[in-house]
Write a protein that binds this ligand. Structure first.
Ligand code: FEO
Ligand code: CA
Ligand code: CA
Length: 656
């Protein structure tokens, strides 16, 4: 087909500049600043903005009455940091063990077949751990930190590393000619997620294969669509006249675990799975353009009509949602919670607000896209778990606007309010949610540098936003919240909700750190001077806050060429004199990206996921037959395998 000029490798979807670029003329903050400052200063570009940002930071601090609970005596990280670098295996700080817990293909049921890469089938794959885990959550059983349910997303697949005979040269094949229906079916079964009971025995974590909780969810598992967009005409297809039933979740990146023990799994780059383009006059044409549909990275549309827009034009409206799953009930039908909006959802980490409502923070990972939050209408009921299972169907979605003076506003995305009217194509709340991006454009939200994971620190109520990079931001597009043009290394924004109230419309904010090598002046990185040559990082992606309130960051995009180091985990001080000091704790094998991270409640175990190990850098080759690493098995004939690791301290104790 003509439109398949070449396919993107799966991981390139995240960094693809050819799709979904925000077309609006919304003012960037650079433009707002230009109207407020001397033009000659503004033309000095990022220098001027850097100065403004510094001022903004001071103002934000002065205006910030929260957090009242800011740690007065912060606990610093005292592990011995590792050397930054790249080689074929992983490295963890001295005194810690990193155990491989679950690899792609590991059987997760007592009767599941062992992994045999030369004889893989969809049926086998559906009984084994899937590919490329991003989010991991640990949900304790009976309050234990040593026994619980691991929930894991399987975001996407790397054909060239998974399948014999499908080399990288074929990955650019316009017609996916090597991708048979059998291979596509394996991919569908390798997507989705898994629930796996795990237990720590004599210090070692084990998979409980005969657990009644163990479950694989795939890109074909039946799911419900709930909330305001459920049943809308734009959600109906030839297979589902109700608009309330859909098969599968795809490209599930990060997520969250709720206080009532469910798993939130977020559909991210769903656009890459759909073939075909709609004519400009089609009712969904604008909608699909804004989400970057039309450049498939997968062959699925070749064999399944529902993944071809020309045959099933509404199917893509049924992807791009946050999915809630109850891991305690293996028969639970996953729910796509439409009230939380439809974007390329990175994650869905939340916090119970002081008034009992649940607040979920959401990043839309695309260059120049937005930061969102969802506030439930009801309150979390700690006594009635079942009542909480409908909580995410009613509430208000907001999108963030960051003002240049260090204040900010959450703009409500409610049908009939502001520009979200029928005149602008929104007949009801379902339309607002199906086209969340276009609605946010009209509200004048701030265009960010690829918002990834967002976490609230329950000890301080501060919220951390990972902005991974945006090399397309021009000098005249810089703003206070996205202060660098050609932002190759990303930055982290810290937000302070007004009065510590996560439901409040107002917040203040400042840039916590601009990432990259601080020894290269032109990079403009702002790690503290105590940060060593190993301690800095680029491209923040996922993050976690441990029970002591400390921030840990995993990265995506470091490699020999970009930063001279592999991706990994860094610990970043947020409080006191050491604020902005970063230390290197763990690094991945060549070609990988680090996902997770997630701590057990006692901070004694830390779950990490190595995604796409062995993936080649641009211009290089790595295949099933000749991978650049055979991590983690290092056996001839065994391909490299994305895996979940668990880190513990030798001899026991907290990860410190
Ligand atoms: Fe799947 Fe935005 O990372
Ligand atoms: Ca990510
Ligand atoms: Ca990523």
């Amino acid at each position: 087909m003509d439109e398949h000029k070449g396919r993107l490798r799966a991981s390139e979807l995240e960094d693809s500049g050819d799709v979904g670029v925000n077309p609006t003329q919304n003012l960037t903050m650079g433009e707002i600043i230009a109207t407020r400052f001397d033009r000659r200063d503004f033309l000095r570009g990022s220098l001027a903005v850097a100065a403004i940002s510094a001022t903004v930071g001071t103002r934000a601090l002065a205006a910030n009455e929260q957090p009242a609970k800011k740690a007065s005596n912060p606990i610093s990280f005292d592990f011995k940091e590792i050397e930054a670098g790249v080689d074929q295996t992983h490295h963890v700080a001295e005194g810690y063990d990193a155990q491989v817990l679950l690899r792609w293909g590991d059987p997760i049921f007592a009767d599941a077949p062992e992994f045999d890469p030369m004889n893989q089938t969809a049926e086998r794959q559906a009984r084994q751990f899937g590919y490329n885990t991003d989010f991991i959550g640990f949900i304790p059983l009976n309050g234990s930190a040593d026994h619980g349910l691991l929930v894991a997303n399987h975001e996407y697949t790397n054909e060239e590393l998974m399948f014999p005979g499908v080399g990288i040269q074929d990955a650019k094949d316009a017609n996916f000619s090597k991708m048979t229906k059998e291979l596509v079916d394996i991919e569908i079964a390798a997507h989705g997620g898994a629930v796996v009971e795990i237990r720590r025995v004599n210090g070692q974590w084990q998979v409980v294969k005969d657990s009644r909780y163990n479950r694989r969810i795939t890109a074909a598992t039946p799911m419900d669509i709930t909330g305001p967009a459920a049943g809308h005409d734009r959600m109906k297809t030839s297979a589902d006249a109700t608009g309330r039933k859909v098969n599968g979740m795809i490209n599930n990146c990060a997520g969250g675990v709720t206080p009532w023990g469910t798993w939130l799994s977020c559909e991210e780059n769903f656009n890459g799975y759909f073939w075909g383009k709609l004519g400009d006059d089609h009712a969904e044409a604008k909608n699909y353009k804004r989400y970057g549909l039309g450049t498939p990275a997968y062959a699925w549309g070749k064999y399944y009509d529902r993944f071809d827009l020309t045959k099933e034009p509404n199917e893509a409206n049924r992807f791009g949602w946050v999915v809630e799953i109850d891991p305690f009930d293996p028969t639970f039908v996953p729910k796509k919670r439409t009230a939380l909006g439809r974007t390329k959802h990175e994650g869905a980490a939340g916090i119970t607000n002081s008034d009992g409502r649940y607040v979920v923070y959401l990043g839309d990972d695309e260059r120049f896209d937005y930061v969102y939050k969802f506030v439930t209408a009801g309150k979390v009921d700690p006594q009635n778990r079942a009542a909480n299972l409908g909580l995410l169907d009613e509430g208000t979605l907001y999108v963030a606007k960051y003002n240049p003076d260090g204040t900010g506003t959450w703009l409500p995305m409610v049908h009939g309010q502001g520009a979200l009217t029928e005149a602008n194509g929104f007949k009801n709340q379902a339309d607002v949610l199906i086209e969340t991006r276009r609605a946010a454009d009209l509200l004048g939200a701030t265009k960010m540098d690829r918002p990834e994971d967002i976490e609230a620190n329950p000890q301080t109520n501060r919220v951390y936003v990972m902005l991974t990079n945006n090399t397309r931001r021009k000098e005249d597009q810089v703003d206070a919240a996205n202060p660098r043009a050609n932002n190759a290394f990303g930055h982290i924004v810290e937000m302070m909700p007004e009065g510590g109230n996560h439901a409040a419309a107002a917040f203040t904010w400042e840039v916590l750190v601009k990432c990259g090598d601080p020894s290269v002046a032109s990079v403009g990185a702002t790690f503290s001077s105590e940060t060593t040559k190993n301690g800095w990082f680029g491209m923040p992606d996922n993050c976690a806050i441990d029970s002591q309130g400390r921030l840990w960051i995993s990265t995506d995009g470091n490699n020999a060429k970009a930063t001279g180091r592999a991706d990994g985990l860094w610990a970043l001080e947020t409080e006191g004199e050491k604020r902005g000091t970063s230390k290197h704790f763990f690094r991945v094998p060549v070609g990988g990206e680090l996902c997770g991270p997630f701590f057990t409640p006692n901070d004694e175990s830390l779950f990490l996921a190595v995604q796409h190990p062995g993936e080649a850098e641009e211009g290089a080759t790595s295949t099933f037959e000749n991978p650049i690493t055979r991590w983690p098995d290092f056996k001839d004939g065994m391909p490299t395998r994305p895996s979940v690791l668990v880190v513990t301290k030798q001899g026991g104790g907290k990860i410190a």
